[in-house]
Design a protein. Structure first.
Lengths: 279, 592
């Protein structure tokens, strides 16, 4: 009997824990509420399946546990029942997979009008780059990284020179506008993770990865690294601020471009920059 | 309805080969140490695996102390913490679970269950164990090497695994880890070939493939998978060793480490992930399929009822084994691989849920209208079903590509895989040990100690890993030495973490009761007799218990029926051993 009681308590306790738990996702700040909805659907389907299996087991133990004189039934197979169970399971799985793939298609299809922001990970610091007046990010190479050019921008690419560079500071994003996050790492794997955005993606040295989102509420959110990147992994924090359009423009005006930063750097040969700018 | 039992009463085929003479040991050393007897090798494998598993248990205590009570224990710094989680994971997955299921249960049960005198290649089988032991010793050596063991996480992702920001990256840690894995795979291959060939070639007369107990089907399929999957890990380890020692760039692109340009260039970190998970996902089923097989036999025997849908169960094992080779990239949805892979791998991953669900249905339908003896093996089997269903269902979150995005790399993942491939298979291991210990030693394990062990382990483990999903749902990332201040994490999450840690200490301590029981019952346990569970399979029909070298005495067993003739209508007993010729007539006449 103890087994039956504990199995029932376990099923009921799990359901109650789920319903009463104060531990739930943090309020969303992006357009990915579809993801939240898919999780809720999945919770329902899996929760029903789990409760049903455990309660059925409890019933079997209660009803069919050993008593002197009892004999088990002899039934090697039951094609009808097996077919019915396989079919209903397939339907349940399809009910979760279909919305999942539908939303995944949205997740990987970046809107045409999305602006680009680059995030660069290094042990254990976040940096950012925004396109300048030309609206384009210039090219970059890990090989070109020097103490003066820590993000490895191409000095010979005119599009690079007006790029705005934020090293170790806050990233600001305007509310309501789709943005494509281009992700790059100069050393090991990192992962750009803002819990409120729901989206995340690894940053891999040697390649550029991406995801996109539309911020849906203003506020200040933490950036965490979600891919183990060495002993400093938990300390690799950053801040992203979602602004109204006016606040965003004001912030943008304060940022320094690559050529400004290069000019102010003592060791940088100003002639190179000027020559590049002239091209 | 009874065609799974077809062939009963048919004329037996003549033996295809003569009974072979075994190697007979002449000294204590060749009998008990450098033994070629699969049963001794099994015990050696199991003892070594459990011993190194205890190290992993202590490591889990240490990491939970840090997570539950951050800052309290000075000796756990960030380096040590990452070393603990890495070694805990690697030991549990490879050196405990894989070694114990295949090297331990595989060696003990395959020859006995198929009716063979021993493995087909006893000498290679012996070498397999000693090479495994060497792999374990190399692994243990890394604890004492300069810089300590690697702290790269059990996935060992480059580039960080071989760089200085990771403990052991530029010291001995990663070198010893990769070497140990390479040695393990060499040793496993010798054992694995043995298990496969013995199942295919060493079966007794009348033991058709469709009469094999599901335990053998599970171990057999898992071994075939392991022989195909481990080579991917093997090459990944060799290549990473080259990257680390010879300066090659298989997995190393151009890198600036702490402001310094490295000499590497052109390699692909994601290539390693593909190789690792091409092994790593089948590995989940290399652990799970033996557990599936064993638990089927435990449930059937202790519910005194044939396993429901035997043929469906066999096909489900084979299909799961096959599908598990085309789902690996579901570990890499946010790795930066081509996002269109997501459609394919999410679909294959969710398809695998169907044969898996069928197995669960068949287990609980075996209980239905059974005659359930709540013995310790049955309790652990019930515990397995609960934890496996729970952990399997959360797999539907993580396998469904877009749902994985917010949950990936959070504590939800940790909770999921511990429930499904930690707790659930270990429940089966315990159930199996309580079940077969009487055959191995001739004595029963102590029931009272077993009850304490079961309840604390089952309820405790559930209380550890069920709430942990919600820590992940909040958004807490995994592999964080300390959470520090996070605006989105409520204070109560820290309380929950402390609770989980306390439960982990208690569950760990309960394993001491189990170890004590294993030793105490060797001498003091109740005499078991040859077939204490009144089971049908061949290992319970040996002339002597424990079975001696050669297993069967003078004559090999002959098999007349499938492994699940429990509670056959009209039979005098509620079980008919596989080697009993005519179904019920003999017994019937005796009764009437």
């Amino acid at each position: 009997m103890a087994v039956v009681v504990i199995l029932v308590l376990l099923a009921a306790g799990s359901v109650l824990f789920h319903l009463l738990s104060p531990w739930w996702w943090t309020p969303i700040a992006s357009n990915w509420n579809y993801i939240d909805n898919t999780i809720v659907i999945t919770f329902w389907i899996t929760g029903i399946a789990f409760t049903a299996v455990v309660l059925f087991m409890a019933y079997c133990v209660l009803r069919f546990r050993y008593r002197p004189g009892r004999t088990a039934a002899y039934e090697p197979e039951n094609k009808k029942l097996e077919g019915w169970l396989a079919t209903s399971t397939t339907l349940g799985v399809a009910a979760m997979l279909a919305p999942g793939l539908f939303v995944w298609n949205q997740y990987i299809t970046v809107p045409q009008d999305a602006s680009e922001v680059e995030v660069i990970g290094a042990q254990w610091l976040w940096s950012f780059r925004l396109p300048g007046a030309d609206g384009r990010l210039g090219t970059s190479e890990t090989r070109d990284i020097t103490p003066e050019n820590t993000l490895g921008l191409n000095r010979n690419d005119a599009a690079s020179l007006d790029d705005l560079i934020i090293e170790g500071g806050e990233l600001h994003l305007p509310i309501g506008k789709p943005v494509k996050m281009l992700l790059r790492s100069v050393d090991v794997l990192h992962d750009f993770y803002v819990p409120e955005f729901r989206a995340k993606m690894d940053m891999v040295p040697g390649m550029v990865t991406y995801f996109w989102l539309t911020p849906t509420r203003t506020g200040t959110f933490e950036i965490l690294c979600a891919e183990l990147c060495g002993v400093g992994h938990p300390q690799m924090r950053g801040t992203v601020v979602v602004d109204t359009e006016e606040d965003y423009q004001a912030w943008l005006a304060e940022q320094q471009s690559f050529s400004q930063l290069s000019a102010s750097s003592e060791t940088s040969p100003a002639a190179t920059v000027a020559a590049a700018a002239a091209q | 309805m009874v065609d799974v039992r077809s062939g009963i009463g048919e004329a037996l085929p003549p033996p295809e080969v003569e009974d072979v003479e075994l190697y007979h040991p002449h000294s204590w050393w060749t009998r008990y140490v450098f033994s070629q007897d699969a049963k001794i090798i099994a015990i050696q494998y199991a003892t070594t695996a459990i011993a190194i598993g205890m190290v992993a248990l202590v490591l889990s205590w240490l990491m939970r102390l840090q997570l539950g009570f951050p800052g309290t224990f000075d000796f756990i710094d960030a380096d040590a913490y990452y070393q603990f989680i890495t070694m805990h994971g690697m030991i549990m997955v490879i050196y405990l679970l894989t070694a114990l299921f295949l090297g331990g249960f595989g060696n003990y049960l395959i020859p006995l269950m198929v009716g063979a005198r021993d493995m087909v290649f006893p000498y290679a089988n012996m070498l397999s164990y000693w090479i495994y032991l060497l792999a374990v010793l190399v692994l243990v050596a890394s604890f004492f090497a300069p810089g300590g063991p690697t702290g790269a996480g059990w996935t060992l992702y480059p580039p960080q695994a071989v760089l200085s920001g990771t403990p052991g990256g530029k010291d001995w840690g990663i070198i010893l880890m990769l070497s140990s894995l390479i040695i393990f795979i060499i040793g496993f291959t010798m054992g694995g070939l043995n298990y496969v060939v013995t199942v295919l070639q060493g079966r007794a007369r009348g033991m058709t493939l469709m009469r094999l107990p599901l335990t053998v089907w599970g171990i057999f399929t898992a071994t075939v998978m392991a022989l195909l999957a481990f080579p991917a890990l093997f090459v990944a380890c060799v290549m990473m060793l080259f990257d680390r020692l010879l300066g090659t760039s298989f997995f190393m692109p151009a890198i600036v480490e702490m402001g310094e340009q490295l000499q590497h260039g052109g390699g692909s970190p994601i290539l390693f992930q593909h190789l690792f998970w091409f092994f790593g996902h089948p590995e989940v089923y290399i652990v799970a399929l033996p557990a599936f097989g064993i638990v089927s036999d435990l449930i059937s025997t202790h519910a005194r009822k044939n396993i429901f849908g035997y043929r469906m169960m066999v096909w489900a094992i084979v299909i799961i084994g096959g599908l598990s080779f085309i789902v690996w990239a579901h570990h890499m949805y946010v790795s930066g691989m081509n996002p269109y892979f997501g459609f394919f791998f999410a679909t294959t991953t969710l398809i695998i849920a169907v044969p898996t669900a069928i197995k669960v249905y068949n287990w609980v339908l075996t209980l239905w209208r059974g005659n359930i003896h709540l013995t310790l093996p049955m309790l652990f089997a019930l515990g397995f079903i609960v934890t496996f269903v729970n952990g399997g269902l959360t797999g539907l979150f993580l396998g469904n590509v877009v749902v994985d995005v917010p949950l990936s790399d959070t504590m939800f993942v940790v909770a999921h895989f511990h429930m499904v491939m930690g707790v659930a298979p270990i429940m089966v291991i315990f159930g199996a040990i309580y079940h077969w210990y009487p055959k191995i030693t001739g004595r029963m394990l102590n029931e009272a100690l077993g009850q304490i062990h079961f309840w604390v382990t089952f309820i405790g483990a559930y209380l550890i890993f069920f709430p942990m999903h919600y820590v992940g749902l909040v958004g807490v990332p995994r592999r964080y030495y300390e959470l520090g201040e996070m605006a989105f994490v409520q204070e109560s999450v820290h309380t929950l973490n402390a609770f989980i840690s306390v439960m982990a200490l208690i569950v760990g301590a309960a394993q001491i009761v189990f170890l004590f029981n294993l030793v105490w019952s060797l001498r003091r346990g109740r005499e078991a007799g040859g077939n204490p569970w009144r089971a049908t399979t061949l290992e319970w029909q040996t002339p002597e218990t424990p079975p001696p070298h050669g297993n069967w005495g003078k004559d090999l067993p002959v098999v007349y029926r499938w492994a699940y003739d429990y509670s056959v209508p009209g039979a005098p007993e509620d079980f008919i051993p596989q080697n009993q010729p005519t179904p019920s007539r003999v017994g019937h006449e005796a009764v009437s």
